[in-house]
Design a protein around this ligand. Sequence first.
Ligand SMILES: Cc1ncc(COP(=O)(O)O)c(C=O)c1O
Length: 343
Amino acid sequence: MEKIYLDRNENNYGPSKKCFEAVKLITPDLFNTYSTTYKSGYKSTLSKRLSDEFNITEDRVLLGYGAEDLLKQVVLTYLKEKTEKLLVPDHSWWYYKEIANETNSVSVEYPIVEGEESYEYDIDKLLDIYNAEKPKVVFIASPNNPTGNSISGDQLTYVLDRMSESVVVLDEAYWLSSDSEKATELVNKYSNLIIIRTFSKLYALAGIRIGYAIIGEQLNQIKKTSNRYLGYNRISEKIALAALDSVDYYNGIAEKMASDRDLYFTELNKIKNVKVYKSEANFVLVKIEKDLMNPLKEFLVERGIIIKFMNEEIVNSHLRITLGTKEENRKVISAITEFYKSL
Ligand SMILES: Cc1ncc(COP(=O)(O)O)c(C=O)c1O
């Protein structure tokens, strides 16, 4: 039986044709030689291209081995003393707290609260905790994993206006639109801001491991620590550049994902005691009764459907379903519906 993997927030629609064409054009020199772009005065063809796209200087574009790497670089750079704090959402990607552990810093949580149709940032609580804890670094994820909600533009500027003492990281790994203007405006206005994005989600290139950050002007330390004197992965860069050249394809994917989310929201919310939250990411969070978690898991696994059954304390009766292709989504929805009919 062919399995459907919808548990790791990958993108099952796959990358654009141009990405595959770029692979075919890879020449042997890309394997055995370092990049020489420094001779032309820039770090890498990809960060140069991103700097043009965001209309900022190339030194303010950082590349990393996925967003994962950049998040760790920020913590390693700015959290030096054991008493220094990293402020993270309570519902969040487990990795945030893990990097605080690894670096012996302290992670402090702020709440993401359940609203009527979606989870929400509670800005007043976030600022109360910020003022009490005085963290060195703050992580805000938009959209957030696993809740799927974003912080609004107004909320974001409201908090940034009050967080000038810290380095603020906006993790936009799950952003699904190609607009670059707003991001540029933000990093130009807030010199302590780092916006992190990745090629893993929208661009369906998780395997090539490339993430990037655009950063505020004041952040000289991270510019230094993220420097890679021998360049970046020359092959991954070619594929990422081809993805940036495929705007129409990825706008199409973002549209498909919006309708996929609507399908889950409408169809699964019809089932009694099942709640699908509104999401802006490539996954949806679904709440079910706790004692049905194991039986549903078994039922789906028997049918080759792998989704994420959350087991953290504050989200332990929840499923996180990564959006699949149209066909996969229909299979998941009909399997869950069939499960509830069989009860
Ligand atoms: C919120 C968030 N940020 C970043 C990442 C990692 O992205 P990358 O593949 O670029 O390391 C993930 C991975 O699932 C994530 O959930």
